[in-house]
Design a protein around this ligand. Structure first.
Ligand SMILES: CC(=O)N[C@H]1[C@@H](OP(=O)(O)OP(=O)(O)OC[C@H]2O[C@@H](n3ccc(=O)[nH]c3=O)[C@H](O)[C@@H]2O)O[C@H](CO)[C@@H](O)[C@@H]1O
Ligand SMILES: C=C(OP(=O)(O)O)C(=O)O
Length: 417
């Protein structure tokens, strides 16, 4: 196990490059399995979730040539619809192999997905959608078994706007017979990115990024060359880190449009944010003002930024309120922040945060991916030394976080526990 040791109190300064989006990449790799010829995918983030997916695809018979930020996936030899359960259960997005393998083989067997422990996270909307296309599902001994004679397009209304279910149904329906209409879809940038990738492979998907997506099934898909969009949550995390440390950071390679909710909240807090074509500069000179945050599906404020923002609110003047509308259990990390002197109270889906003058370094546990990022930001802003344990959670979704922070002048090192 590895941990970060952070000596806090240094303002972050300089520029960093944002990696490709985790939540796009983890869907685009499974999507590449639907083609008859190889795809080249670049701007790939170098993160643990991608490593796991590559291992699973190889196990299924796919040929994968991987460089740090590019992968070539040749799916011709795919010969299994059962990814290893110990790998599949380590990440959330292994669920995209269900849609992809169901489309490819009319059958899939896969472990229930893992991922951040932030709520119940059911996959009933995915299953409902697959069944509407003609599949039958059983869940036994921690395995999902799904099978169809053939997949036929249908009209599917999602009860909740789910990123995973929307993308998974695009994967399953893209080569189904006839037309599939998905309603109450998630509109996140990664939903659009996956639809763009599938369309570049020859799919016929219209409406991604709106509530309604129309998929007209095609017989065949071919490989293509595709560039993954930048990770708006990684960008947001470094924007918050710059603000928390009273820094001045240029965040490069972003799509500012995708960051609007984050930029708006930072500006409301008194942070100076300047937007250029694909660069955002974040700097803080004065005190932070308290704000209220409500997490919502895109284009609302992203739940994945709730944890990093809590650190900023813990250092702001006055009382802020976070309402977490997506997950029922995404406040556990606040107990860690309390060890640093944060004043926090949780009441159900609401966290009430009273800003303090300073946080003080402490030994902390990264309880999940974004909680881990929040702990790191807190450590950077705090007085004294912070240790963040179990950084494998962070490695699941952030490429070389300590290296990027060192580039900005942070005193952070990775050591074996
Ligand atoms: C790999 C990936 O892309 N992960 C992201 C994805 O997770 P994930 O795809 O798991 O999140 P969803 O958008 O599906 O979940 C949104 C809400 O819908 C509920 N729900 C979801 C599916 C379902 O079948 N039934 C159901 O009730 C969930 O419990 C949650 O309350 O979107 C989340 C919301 O933006 C992000 O926090 C995650 O980073
Ligand atoms: C919740 C997250 O990830 P996952 O869905 O992969 O667990 C996240 O990226 O914040």
């Amino acid at each position: 196990m590895e941990k970060f040791i952070i000596k806090g109190g240094k303002p972050l300064k300089g520029s960093i490059q944002i990696s490709g989006a985790k939540n796009s990449a983890v869907a685009i790799l499974p999507a590449a399995l639907l083609a008859d010829t190889p795809s080249v995918i670049d701007n790939l983030p170098d993160i643990k979730d991608i490593e796991l997916l590559v291992q699973m695809i190889r196990h299924l018979g796919g040929k994968v040539e991987k460089k740090k930020h590019e992968v070539v996936i040749a799916p011709e030899g795919l010969n299994s619809f059962y990814p290893p359960r110990d790998l599949a259960s380590q990440m959330r997005a292994s669920y995209y192999l269900i849609g992809a393998l169901l489309s490819r083989f009319n059958e899939a067997v896969i472990a229930m997905p893992g991922g951040c422990n932030i709520g119940v996270r059911p996959i009933d909307q995915h299953i409902k959608g697959f069944e509407a296309l003609g599949a039958e599902t059983t869940i036994e001994h921690g395995l999902i078994r799904i099978k169809a004679d053939k997949l036929v397009g249908n009209h599917i209304y999602f009860d909740v706007a789910s990123v995973g279910a929307t993308i998974n149904l695009m994967l399953a329906a893209v080569k189904a017979e006839g037309v599939t209409i998905l309603e109450n879809c998630a509109k996140e940038p990664h939903v659009v990115d996956v639809a763009n990738f599938l369309n570049a492979m020859g799919a016929n998907i219209k409406g991604a990024g709106t509530d309604t997506i129309k998929i007209t099934g095609v017989d065949k898909l071919h490989g293509c060359h595709y560039t993954i969009i930048p990770d708006q949550i990684e960008a947001g995390t470094y924007m918050v880190a710059a603000a928390a440390t009273k820094g001045d950071v240029y965040i490069k390679g972003v799509i500012p449009n995708h960051l609007e909710a984050i930029v708006a909240k930072l500006a409301e807090m008194g942070v100076i944010v300047e937007e250029y074509d694909d660069v955002i500069r974040v700097r803080r000179e004065g005190p932070l003002k308290h704000v209220d945050i409500k997490t919502l599906p895109y284009p609302g404020f992203p739940t994945d930024m709730q944890q990093p923002f809590a650190v900023l609110l813990a250092l702001a003047d006055g009382i802020s309120v976070i309402t977490e509308n997506i997950y029922e259990n995404r406040f556990k990390y606040l107990n860690e922040l309390k060890k640093m002197g944060a004043k926090v109270r949780v009441e159900g889906r609401t966290a009430i945060i009273e800003g303090v003058e300073k946080l003080t370094g402490a030994p902390l546990y990264a309880t999940d991916l974004r909680a881990g990022a929040a702990m790191v930001i807190a450590g950077l802003a705090a007085e004294g030394t912070t240790e963040v344990m179990e950084v494998y959670h962070i490695d699941r979704g952030y490429e070389a976080m300590e290296v990027k922070l060192q580039q900005l002048g942070a005193d952070v090192v990775r050591v074996k526990e």
